[in-house]
Design a protein around this ligand. Structure first.
Ligand SMILES: C[S@@+](CC[C@H](N)C(=O)[O-])C[C@H]1O[C@@H](n2cnc3c(N)ncnc32)[C@H](O)[C@@H]1O
Length: 218
């Protein structure tokens, strides 16, 4: 995704980037290097993620906070919110507060790159049925509830050193393009592109993840 953004926005120079839900800081470090962005800041809820990010990328700046109410007192040219960060917010008012939080940190004309779970009518054809993490493998099942705007993923992990299969599950808040267009507009963003894949291929929006860009208008 960093690569695709680099290619797409290759002509544009960014002076600063804020990665919201930066996790381990991997994407932020990669993007900053590829796009030669002089100032890079990461924000995340979880202290253990930030400890890892600081140890791994000591040249970057990281802050702990929740994008719904965070105020770093700075505005950025480029904002990232990828890896389904906002899909963890299940209530519409939280999604609105997060969109406003992103706007609070955006310079005029700033570019926002967002990734969200897509509210399709039926389970999307590209939902992954298997996952791998190091020596561990999982199969995945999904339950889509269009009325509740949720997608539940249950995974069952197997590994040679696991005495029994381990299960995990997550509930993603799903969104439609029109819902996000309205929410972004209400908070000073103009939705500029929407894709259903990280390679930004054009086509009907059928996939389970939406990759969106928006421009700060307010
Ligand atoms: C799945 S990880 C994605 C990490 C990274 N962006 C990536 O794509 O690899 C989601 C991250 O978002 C963070 N997060 C979730 N809700 C957040 C919020 N409201 N404000 C800031 N960070 C949040 C979590 O702590 C977690 O590190």
């Amino acid at each position: 995704m960093c690569e695709d953004l680099t290619n797409r926005e290759g002509g544009r120079e960014f002076g600063s980037v804020l990665d919201v839900g930066c996790g381990t800081g991997r994407d932020l470090a990669l993007l900053t290097e590829r796009m030669r962005i002089p100032r890079a800041v990461g924000l995340d809820l979880q202290p253990d993620m930030l400890a890892h990010a600081r140890a791994r990328h000591p040249h970057l700046e990281f802050h702990q906070g929740d994008i719904r109410d965070a105020d770093l007192g700075e505005r950025f040219d480029l904002l990232l919110c990828v890896g389904l960060v906002l899909s963890n917010l299940h209530r519409s008012e939280d999604l609105a507060a997060a969109t406003a939080g992103l706007a609070r940190h955006a310079a005029p004309g700033a570019l926002l790159l967002l990734e969200l779970a897509h509210g399709t009518a039926r389970p999307a054809p590209d939902l992954p049925s298997a996952y791998t993490a190091g020596p561990y493998r999982a199969t995945a099942d999904y339950q889509l509830d269009p009325a509740a705007s949720t997608l539940v993923r249950r995974r069952t992990w197997h590994g040679a050193d696991l005495p029994a299969p381990v299960e995990d599950f997550v509930t993603f808040r799903t969104v439609t393009v029109e819902e996000m267009r309205a929410l972004l507009a209400a908070n000073g963003w103009e939705l500029t592109t929407t894709h259903d894949n990280r390679q930004l291929r054009e086509g009907p929006l059928q996939g389970w993840r939406l990759t969106m860009t928006a421009r700060r208008t307010g």
